[in-house]
Design a protein. Structure first.
Length: 135
């Protein structure tokens, strides 16, 4: 992508999202507008596909609801996406996990990544005051 396009898109790109990867189990908080009211709804599932670059980057999340597979495509930099929380890191050897469409039940589970890449960025822990020795 050219530097001119990247510099034009810079004000609209989001920096607050965690680095997603294929196979991650995520909770996507989506802003839903119903009439004049707005609420936040979470969509939990596995990232099966990522495509695009810049503002056009999207990711597809799949989950099973009542025995039926449901896939939803989210624009990465959209204001409709409130946030993304990574629950588990999946270890996969494919760029697209379309084979999960044919699987149900326990066969949809992916191996979990353990170690440095598997560590999920958490909010910083609150500082606990150290006990004062009585003299």
């Amino acid at each position: 992508m050219s530097s001119r396009i990247r510099s034009f898109e810079a004000p609209w790109t989001r920096q607050d999202l965690p680095p997603l990867a294929i196979g991650d189990s995520v909770d996507v908080a989506v802003r839903i507008t119903e009439g004049e009211k707005q609420r936040i709804q979470t969509f939990s599932g596995t990232v099966i596909k990522m495509r695009g670059a810049g503002l056009g980057r999207t990711f597809t999340v799949r989950r099973i609801v009542a025995g039926e597979g449901v896939e939803r495509i989210f624009p990465m930099h959209s204001p409709v996406v409130e946030g993304v929380q990574i629950n588990r890191r999946g270890r996969v050897r494919r760029a697209k996990l379309y084979y999960l469409r044919d699987r149900v039940g326990k066969r949809t589970k992916l191996r979990e990544v353990l170690g440095r890449r598997g560590q999920i960025e958490q909010a910083p822990a609150r500082a606990v005051p150290e006990p004062v020795e009585a003299s």
